[in-house]
Write a protein that binds this ligand. Structure first.
Ligand code: PLP
Length: 405
């Protein structure tokens, strides 16, 4: 079959593939524990449901403007004012089908063939493929000191005349860490001095722990939205647990938003009307669900970190936010794909290999499930890896005997 070079260069989303594998195994009655997931368990806020249903009840579900319905743009403007202390105009906003599409159309709008996009490792799995789809070249940057925190020197070193943008995601998927205010300020200044864009992927910045507060990138520039190089991405997906609605947005200079809108209008047209009205309901409604989710995740994080720390040889950096942590298992196995496959085969625990995020030896483990899943999942991992644990383990009423370490 004739498949384009571009299509051949793009890999399948490993996280979506893992969801399929887990579902297939569960259908066969296997006692799978899914620590690979990327969405909170909580329900859609009631205000979102009511707002969405009101539209559905009219029976008038039509095309929407390519850059989003005015009511949602208004809610996004209000959100930006409240959380970024920034007044923006409707022309500075595009609503897309998820943060993913907002980032994708931004990349289409700014990249010429072979332009480079720099992002720190570990990184969200989709960045390299999205950059490639837009004709660009992904340039991941590893911290020279081996941590999750590249320095401004590490970033500066990989810049070239072809660099068009830097992407920062804080708190970070997969590590859960937040970059410091100082680092983000340095990156804002670097982008301004080099005249390159900074895409701030703030997808998780309301889900942060231990009294930390989100870092507002606009605080580090004297420029206004029109002249700044900032493209700020948000979505309802994670903070309101509304992943299935597919609504995200970008704030950027109006000329760029116009270009992004043209692209989106030819690509998908405006996002689905019921989803946009659901997002209006969520943004304008009672906000208690975010705090409830945040507290649940913080508690889950504590349990996961405590359990992982009890495994000999596993080192873990405590996540500041998100619902992921990214422990280092290299004392047991350096090849993360092999390790992930091993854990699925032997103890039916789904994890995501660190290699997919640009860092070998690690696994991404999600703590967005239940405490029971977290406890049992880590217990199974510990049993599979640590030869000091008991020789037998029960998965339901199935007895496993460890005959490999
Ligand atoms: N950015 C990051 C860092 C993510 O982890 C995700 C989803 O997992 C997205 C963006 C995409 O969000 P959405 O579901 O709104 O497209």
């Amino acid at each position: 079959m004739s498949i384009s070079q571009l299509a051949r260069s793009i890999s399948e989303s490993p996280t979506l593939k893992l969801n399929e594998t887990a579902a297939l195994l569960r259908d066969k009655g296997e006692p799978v524990i899914h620590l690979g997931g990327g969405e909170p368990k909580s329900k859609t806020p009631i205000d979102a449901i009511i707002s969405c249903s009101s539209l559905l009840n009219t029976g008038e579900v039509k095309y929407t403007p390519a850059d989003g319905i005015p009511a949602l743009k208004k809610a996004v403007i209000h959100y930006t004012e409240e959380h970024y202390d920034k007044r923006v105009a409707p022309e500075n906003v595009i609503v897309s089908s998820g943060a993913k599409q907002a980032i994708m159309v931004a990349l289409y709008a700014i990249l010429d063939p072979k332009d480079e996009v720099v992002f720190p490792a570990p990184y969200w799995v989709s960045y390299p493929e999205m950059v490639k789809l837009a004709g660009g070249v992904p340039v991941p940057v590893c911290a020279r000191d081996g941590t999750f925190f590249p320095s401004i020197g590490d970033i500066t070193e990989v810049l070239s005349p072809y660099t068009k943008a830097i992407i920062l995601n804080s708190p970070n998927n997969p590590s859960g860490v937040m970059y410091s205010k100082e680092f983000i300020a340095e990156v804002v200044a670097l982008c301004e001095s080099r005249n390159i864009y900074l895409i701030m992927d703030d997808t998780y910045n309301r889900l942060i722990f231990d009294g930390r507060t989100p870092v507002n990138c606009y605080a580090f520039t004297e420029k206004d939205v029109e002249t700044s190089k900032l493209i700020v991405i948000n979505c309802v997906s994670k903070m309101y647990a509304m992943t299935g609605f597919r609504i995200g947005w970008a704030i950027a200079p109006r000329e760029l938003i116009r270009a992004m809108t043209n692209i989106q209008s030819q690509q998908t047209s405006g996002p689905a009307a019921p989803s946009q009205w659901a997002a209006v309901g969520a943004l304008n409604g009672v906000q208690a669900s975010i705090e409830a989710l945040r507290l649940t995740l913080q508690n889950n994080r504590n349990v996961m970190v405590e359990r992982l720390s009890a495994i000999d040889g596993v080192s873990i950096v405590k996540p500041d936010g998100t619902f992921y942590c990214f422990p280092d298992f290299s004392a047991y196995e350096k090849n993360s794909q092999k390790l992930s496959q091993f854990l699925l085969e032997k103890v039916r625990v789904v994890t995501v290999p660190g290699k997919e995020f640009g860092m070998e030896g690690h696994l991404r483990l999600s703590f967005c499930g239940t405490i029971k899943e977290i406890r049992e999942g880590i217990e199974r991992i510990q049993w599979a890896l640590d030869s000091n644990s008991a020789n037998e383990l029960y998965l339901g009423n199935r007895k496993l005997v460890r005959d490999w370490v």
